[in-house]
Write a protein of this length. Structure first.
Length: 381
């Protein structure tokens, strides 16, 4: 506020009296106690008054600046100044794509000040996205970004409350598009990829249901042949064409220790032997990267190559064409057919919550209801 002030004594205590003009133009007055006795403290009271007037002036300046902050530039600065330090680079790139591809292209957002954002404006954006054919789940993701950004604005004191709280979102739809190979089809797949550049990532993913980033980031030092374990703790992701190798996983629960099965132990020992032979054959032309999924010269396999080459091979086969990520679903199918329950599968996949496992793989996990029906039939009839 733009205030003036003076001192007065009330009941033997110095008081600071402020006069200011409110938003309607009316003159107002308020007082604050210094807590200082009158005798011998006039100078200290004046210093407190001067300091308080300076604080009020700064608050007014901040308030005026806040009134001039535009909504879209604020979201962009939030991504650069806040989210850049909270999420992985590839995740930040996805947020940027959403901003540039959707938020910045919505004309009603142009020129709107942060303080002028209303629930009705945000609701019109969500409705426009739905009418344009975006899925409810995508719209909900966009809302999540806007909600987090506006929460940040509230914490900064730029707006009094978060208008996105009052919007009406479409119901979340359960994902049913995931495809999975049966164990028999997976066996055919493994035979088909023998000798292929993707043989190793396909074999490992089909067994452990790893994410693409996890299998491409898997290192030899994560495999312990003495304790027969595999430690999933590294990732490799693509960000704007660049591969980023990280010593962390998507979530804390994604960092997991899995058993080295007898079949996988024998397979990886054979892979290690083949790589040693390639290293001797190529000499200085071999790159000893330390990664398991590599090309013949030792350089790590590009995650994007995994995605595209996998589909090319399937298109020339008799098997259904699925995504590489669907091998994760196929692993769930095999585990479920083997009698594993959802909680065990959650840990195997590295999900932080059983709800995630059920939401994504519910159609696979519920696929053995006939067996349960037969049990009940035998028990009761």
């Amino acid at each position: 506020m733009n205030a003036t002030g003076n001192l007065r004594v009330k009941r033997g205590i110095w008081q600071m009296v402020f006069e200011y003009q409110d938003d309607t133009g009316k003159r107002r007055q308020k007082s604050e106690s210094t807590g200082l006795p009158e005798k011998g403290n006039k100078r200290r009271a004046q210093q407190m008054l001067d300091k308080r007037l300076d604080e009020l002036s700064q608050q007014r300046t901040a308030a005026l600046e806040a009134k001039n902050v535009l909504f879209l530039p604020f979201i962009n600065s939030w991504l650069d100044d806040v989210m850049a330090h909270k999420v992985r680079p590839n995740t930040l790139s996805q947020y940027k794509l959403i901003y540039n591809g959707y938020f910045a292209k919505y004309e009603p957002f142009h020129g709107v000040k942060l303080q002028a954002v209303t629930p009705a404006l945000l609701q019109s954006f969500y409705n426009a996205e739905l009418n344009a054919g975006l899925s409810p789940n995508t719209v909900r993701k966009h809302h999540t970004n806007i909600h987090k950004c506006l929460d940040y604005a509230v914490r900064l004191g730029l707006i009094p409350s978060n208008p996105s709280v009052q919007t009406d979102l479409p119901s979340k739809r359960k994902y049913t598009g995931a495809k999975a190979f049966t164990p028999e089809q997976t066996k055919d797949l493994l035979r088909m990829f023998q000798g292929d550049p993707l043989e190793v990532p396909v074999y490992i993913t089909a067994t452990y249901g790893l994410r693409r980033s996890e299998v491409c980031g898997l290192r030899w030092d994560a495999v312990d042949f003495d304790t027969d374990t595999i430690h999933v703790r590294h990732t490799a992701v693509v960000d704007n064409g660049n591969i980023i190798y990280a010593n962390n996983t998507k979530t804390a629960t994604s960092n997991r220790l899995l058993p080295l099965t007898q079949g996988m132990r024998a397979y990886l020992l054979n892979v290690k032997k083949r790589q040693e032979e390639d290293k001797k054959l190529l000499g200085s032309g071999y790159t000893d990267s330390g990664y398991i999924c590599v090309q013949r010269d030792g350089t790590p396999i590009n995650p994007d190559f995994v995605t595209h080459h996998f589909q090319r091979v399937l298109k020339n086969s008799k098997l259904p064409v699925i995504r590489f990520h669907d091998l994760r679903h196929s692993a769930v199918y095999a585990l479920r057919k083997g009698g594993c329950d959802a909680k065990d599968i959650q840990v195997w996949l590295g999900h932080s919550d059983i709800t995630t496992t059920l939401n994504v793989y519910g159609h696979v996990l519920n696929g053995d209801m006939n067996r349960l029906g037969k049990v009940m039939d035998q028990m009761l009839f």
